[in-house]
Design a protein around this ligand. Structure first.
Ligand SMILES: Cc1ncc(COP(=O)(O)O)c(C=O)c1O
Length: 360
């Protein structure tokens, strides 16, 4: 059989131009490279919690031959109970990432300028550029958001993306500043609160007063369900209606929706997980300081550490995966580590100590 020589059409120019998201290698590849069993690989790079927030064994049987209820009534009601927001102001999606994508689809075209503080969550740039828009990046000052320059940039931006607390720095901006930002911008203010359960600070009260604010949250972190892929947006009627227009009818599986409802029903469990991670974060911070490593203050479940560029590959050889950053970035000398189980954090500290002690 001869193969067809047709070349497919080029992707849209925006897709050819954009820089796609890059992950650290998958665990199986790291295990093979490091020569350790896959169950010895510890992911310090994904900012997840080390405990699942729900169990498949406790689900009631679902008719898997049928599509999900596209209104996701049960899930939306559970989010409404948790957040105190009425169901008509909630839009669910397959993870916060899909919700961010819905926002980009609804509001960004090739005439749009979107503002970010740099460094921040890379998907803001990926999604903006994918939708054809351009990014205006306000450089952070000593890794803290430049508050005045960011407000100035937000004024005329179509979309202002803010991760609060910020991934990857851990910086938390106070409510008053977020409100100033919402007032200053004529466009949409996206408050990505993926780590809200760790920080306790939210811009949520703004959605009742400011029609241009959307809060994005996820069940991937404190609710322990990153693998299930469930996130949601909270916003006033205009933004909620726009997001519904672009939302796919069934991107959350019935299994994931049920797991999310189960996890949202156990707020005590979630709060307990958050407290345990905060305790571990303090301990890890102290241990890292003991190793004379510079660690940034963090309001999330990860720490940003100035470790130089040599340590990450050494850690990888022990199966410990940390988040690294491009050589050209402000964070070239930093690694970001997720706060994990005490014994896993101990492995990280021991490996760092060994890597930093000159062989003799
Ligand atoms: C700031 C921020 N937003 C969104 C996400 C993605 O969340 P999800 O797993 O719900 O897609 C992450 C994941 O690390 C994140 O750090």
């Amino acid at each position: 059989m001869t193969s067809d020589t047709k070349t497919p059409p080029e992707p849209r120019p925006a897709i050819s131009r954009m820089q796609p998201y890059e992950w650290e290698p998958p665990s199986a590849a790291i295990a093979q490279q490091a020569g350790v069993p896959e169950d010895q690989v510890v992911r310090f790079d994904t900012n997840t919690f080390p405990w699942p927030g729900a169990s498949l064994g406790r689900l009631s049987p679902e008719p898997l031959n049928e599509y999900p209820d596209t209104s996701y009534r049960g899930l939306t009601d559970a989010i409404a109970r948790y957040t105190g927001v009425s169901p008509d102001r909630i839009t669910v999606g397959a993870g916060a990432d899909e919700v961010l994508d819905l926002i980009a689809k609804a509001y960004i075209d090739d005439s749009a300028r979107a503002v970010i503080s740099r460094p921040t969550y890379p998907m803001f740039t990926v999604l903006t550029e994918m939708a054809g828009g351009s990014i205006d990046a306000v450089p952070a000052l000593d890794l803290r958001l430049d508050r005045q320059a960011f407000v100035d940039g937000a004024r005329s931006a179509r979309v202002t993306w803010l991760s609060n607390p910020n991934n990857p720095t851990g910086e938390l901006l106070p409510f008053d500043y977020v409100e100033t930002l919402a007032r200053a911008t004529a466009g949409i203010l996206v408050l990505d609160e993926a780590y809200y359960e760790m920080s306790g600070i939210t811009g949520l009260p703004l959605i009742d007063r400011m029609p241009n604010v959307v809060v994005v949250r996820t069940l991937s972190k404190a609710f322990g369900l990153a693998g299930a892929r469930v996130g949601y947006a909270l916003a006033g009627p205009a933004i909620s209606a726009a997001l519904r227009r672009v939302r796919p009818p069934g991107s959350i599986s019935v299994v994931s929706a049920s797991l999310a409802v189960q996890s949202l029903a156990d707020l005590t469990g979630m709060q307990d997980r958050v407290e345990r991670i905060k305790t571990e974060r303090r301990r890890l911070q102290q241990e890292l300081a003991r190793l004379s490593l510079e660690v940034r203050e963090s309001s999330a479940n990860f720490l940003l550490i100035r470790a130089g560029r040599q340590l990450a590959p050494v850690l990888l050889r022990s199966g410990l995966v940390v988040r690294t950053f491009p050589a050209s970035s402000q964070l070239a000398d930093f690694i970001r580590v997720t706060v994990r189980l005490p014994q896993e954090n101990d492995r990280l500290i021991a490996a760092l100590q060994a890597a930093m002690t000159p062989a003799g």
